[in-house]
Write a protein that binds this ligand. Structure first.
Ligand SMILES: [Fe+2]
Length: 319
């Protein structure tokens, strides 16, 4: 591996990108792509429109290969390694300051962001079909007002810590959340808590309810159309450590015991002091191993011109 001398103790430099631990929690790896890498990636994919990438699934892998090529085939291995290691299992991928300064508020720029997210998701796995949006990714906008049927697009409240994929019958090994655009935003950071950092994990994992089936069902906007059952602690990883699938809004407890177990779990997660904030800048993406990280979103400060556009991909690992 071609590793140049580190700039400081915490940063590792590769050809075209660097990696350093996030300040508030070193499990989260901050991967910074250089301006040259992004320019090379743009060149290599210049002939593939977003539409062609949407129509031809194999082009998504070619897009991923182009990004890896621009990083001398060191990025893909690194990202897979982060995701396979339970102790890390999450990265914040961003552009360097030079590249960021060149980002424009245009549709072409945002199409480039979709391509970049496609490259990253296909380096680590395969995105699932997003029934809410009808594609392998979803783009959605949060505004000051909202009348939808879940907290996803509601700005002024905290979205509680949860795992994705709780109410679908396909694996959701990873979640990718990218910031496409942002105006008049104050606060609204992403929130993260690693399952192993949850101070009351043992209390809930060794509870009689931990392995009992719970019913999960989604509201109409999710276009899921069925309910499923699984325990919150639905499996263990290869080292026998718990994988979780929990979300407060979509659990349908069938008796008092289930209801109180889920309620107390939500209270415990929301009060855990190991939860930390991550600011995701426009053009950056947060990618987490979904079964050992809980994620949420802090509330925003109200503003009539508030707008923020996000992109999401959820998928499974392929190796
Ligand atoms: Fe989520």
């Amino acid at each position: 591996m071609n590793i140049a001398p580190a700039l400081n103790d915490n940063q590792t430099r590769y050809t075209g990108f660097s990696v350093s631990p996030f300040s508030a929690n070193p499990r989260l790896q901050v991967v910074t792509l250089s301006n040259d890498t992004l320019a090379r990636f743009a060149d290599l994919t210049a002939n593939w429109s977003l539409q062609s990438i949407e129509y031809k699934p194999f082009l998504r892998f070619a897009t991923a290969d182009a990004l890896d090529k621009a990083c001398h085939y060191e990025l893909g291995k690194l990202l897979v390694g982060i995701m396979e290691n339970r102790d890390t299992g999450a990265f914040l991928l961003q552009a360097d300051e030079q590249a960021e300064a060149g980002f424009e508020d245009t549709d072409a720029q945002r199409e480039f962001f979709v391509k970049l997210s496609t490259a990253v998701s296909h380096l680590i796995g395969l995105p699932n079909f997003d029934a809410m949006y009808g594609k392998y990714y979803a783009r959605f906008t949060v505004r000051n007002e909202d009348n939808s049927d879940s907290y996803l697009r509601q700005a002024h409240r905290r979205m509680e810590l949860h795992n994705d994929g709780t109410y679908v019958n396909e694996r959701t090994d990873f979640v990718l959340m990218m910031k496409m655009d942002e105006q008049n935003m104050e606060m609204g950071d992403s929130l993260l808590l690693h399952v192993d950092d949850w101070q009351e994990l043992e209390r809930f994992y060794h509870h009689p309810m931990a392995k009992q089936d719970i019913v999960w069902s989604a509201p109409p906007s999710k276009n899921v159309g069925y309910d499923i059952k699984h325990p919150v602690f639905f499996e263990e990883d290869k080292n026998g450590k718990p994988h979780m699938l929990f979300i407060d809004q979509f659990a349908q407890p069938q008796n008092m015991q289930q209801g109180l177990y889920l309620h107390q779990m939500g209270e415990s997660l929301e009060s855990d002091t190991n939860c930390f904030n991550v600011r995701v800048k426009t053009g950056a993406m947060l990618v987490v191993q979904n079964h050992c990280w809980l994620h949420g979103r802090d509330k925003f400060v109200a503003h009539p011109g508030l707008k923020r556009e996000l992109l999401r991909q959820r998928g499974h690992f392929t190796r």
